[in-house]
Design a protein around this ligand. Structure first.
Ligand SMILES: [Zn+2]
Ligand SMILES: [Zn+2]
Length: 512
């Protein structure tokens, strides 16, 4: 069936635009238009449409296997008849611009062929040369067509390489660079000077990434109230303004949307911001929920820290965080995680300054705990002593140890605060803290009448618990200086007798 073969049939590049390839082949063979190539291949005019071009016929005249051309074809991927492809990645037909070719002449000169990312509707400028693209002929002024003389030659003979191109902002260039790299399946740029959510967007599929960019842009343009959300140049400009310095400008967008809501609005934040919420956070077309987590985290950040009205819907909090360890927990989930009652969890969160946010929920409040920012109290491996044994180990009385713990002088760090007992690591820490007060570090023989041992101070029957507590406090704050240690135990600490007398004198007199 195949009768003809082109004289010159260069191989398609793996990242080449298929339409660009046909034009390159046409020019290389001296034809005045790709029409001749299609004609030679025996394609009928309806078969020349880019999305359904008969590859086997093209393969016949270029002498390259059909698979080689299929790798850069736009036709629907298997099982997705309404979709298209770009370099093998599924996209929707509206993501592509196959009818009005645009490209960067500088890139074309450097590469020698048209890269496939120019076939994307959002590629409105060149991220490498920071310039707008050639889309019409400088000679005849007509829009570029694929049926032209050559890659850089209009059908009127006009030279397409001599265009003067205006430059684009860095934010737009960074966004387009990311789209280009995604389309060509190359890695993300190592630097990210505009602080885009680059890794997160690059982790999405090409279609989801383009959808996220379009959705974000649409809401920026709507909030601005000016501009045309159907123009690709405006989409790229608006999206880049939101995505730079992530998530700052995304939160600013949500604030702008919020300002336009009725003043008395209440209810779920997701419902209040339903447009962007459903479009970005609950949209299945956005792909795997893991990959859109950065959007939900930013939205939750806004809802909890910037938006004073309404409550955070449970659905937003759900599914955040790594598998098995959600980032944001409700108070109930937090209580369950650390194994305490709700009321205990509430007290813990209130007293310990753990990272939790109070989120309005109608008349009531809801607490959201950010587990990335807190170390959830947990019981460490190790021995847990009963109070009698722990007191004996420290050389203190049971009542004094209990008071030290109640006053927070003895710190609980390796045990759930609600769990009774004394963890060996906490005991060790407390002991070390006191022993480190000894400037001589180790046993020493400083014993004279102006000193007294901690043992005699804390185990004496003369003073009350309060006086003993204030003595320990004064030692820890350095008000009573430690001069040495007689036996390397807490009780052996040798302290300044005069300072001690001064500390206990006042309460003693008061009690007397
Ligand atoms: Zn360029
Ligand atoms: Zn022209």
């Amino acid at each position: 069936m195949i009768t003809s073969l082109l004289v010159r049939h260069p191989a398609p590049y793996p990242t080449e635009s298929l339409l660009g390839y046909v034009l390159r082949v046409s020019e290389g063979n001296g034809y005045s238009s790709p029409w001749s190539v299609y004609h030679l291949a025996g394609l009928k005019s309806h078969e020349m449409r880019a999305s359904c071009v008969r590859l086997e016929k093209l393969a016949g005249i270029t002498n390259w296997p059909e698979e080689r051309l299929d790798a850069i074809a736009y036709s629907a991927p298997p099982g997705q008849p309404r979709w298209s492809r770009l370099l093998g990645q599924p996209v929707l037909p509206q993501d592509l611009n196959l009818s009005h070719p645009r490209f960067c002449p500088e890139c074309l000169r450097e590469k020698g062929f048209l890269e496939a990312h120019w076939d994307l509707a959002l590629m409105v400028a060149c991220p490498i040369h920071r310039c707008l693209l050639v889309s019409s002929c400088p000679e005849c002024g007509r829009r570029l067509r694929w049926f032209r003389h050559g890659l850089l030659e209009c059908e009127c003979g006009g030279d397409l390489s001599g265009c003067e191109l205006s430059s684009i902002p860095e934010a737009e260039a960074s966004l387009l660079d990311m789209i280009r790299r995604k389309a060509l399946s190359s890695t993300a740029h190592t630097s990210n000077p505009m602080s885009l959510p680059q890794d997160q967007l690059m982790a999405m599929g090409l279609r989801s990434m383009l959808l996220a960019i379009r959705t974000i842009a649409k809401h920026r343009i709507l909030a601005d109230g000016t501009g045309d959300s159907s123009k690709t140049t405006e989409i790229v400009s608006a999206a880049s303004r939101v995505l730079v310095e992530w998530p700052k400008n995304f939160i600013a967008l949500l604030e702008d949307i919020g300002r336009q809501l009725p003043a008395d609005i209440s209810g779920g934040v997701g419902k209040q911001f339903s447009g962007i919420y459903w479009g970005l956070l609950r949209n299945k077309a956005m792909g795997d929920s893991k990959q859109t987590e950065f959007l939900r985290v930013a939205f939750l950040d806004f809802a909890t820290n910037h938006w004073g009205r309404g409550f955070v819907d449970h659905k937003i909090i759900q599914n955040l965080g790594r598998p098995g360890s959600k980032r944001f927990l409700t108070q109930t989930e937090f209580a369950a995680k650390i194994g305490v009652q709700q009321s205990t969890a509430a007290r813990l969160l209130k007293n310990s300054g753990l990272s939790s946010k109070r989120v309005k929920c109608g008349a009531a409040d809801r607490i959201v705990v950010d587990t990335y920012e807190l170390s959830i109290p947990t019981t460490w491996p190790g021995k847990i002593y009963r109070v009698r044994e722990a007191a004996k180990r420290l050389g203190l009385s049971v009542s004094l140890l209990k008071s030290l713990k109640a006053e927070g002088i003895y710190k609980v760090g390796h045990l759930l605060p609600t769990r009774p007992g004394f963890h060996e690591l906490d005991l060790r820490y407390f002991t070390k803290k006191l022993l480190n007060l000894n400037p001589l570090h180790g046993p020493s023989a400083v014993r004279h009448e102006r000193t007294v041992t901690l043992q005699s101070v804390l185990c004496g029957r003369r003073d009350s618990l309060e006086i003993k507590l204030s003595a320990v406090r004064a030692i820890l704050t350095g008000y009573i200086s430690v001069l040495g240690n007689s036996d390397a135990t807490i009780g052996g600490l040798v302290i300044d007798a005069a300072a001690y007398e001064q500390v206990v004198d006042h309460p003693r007199k008061k009690l007397a």
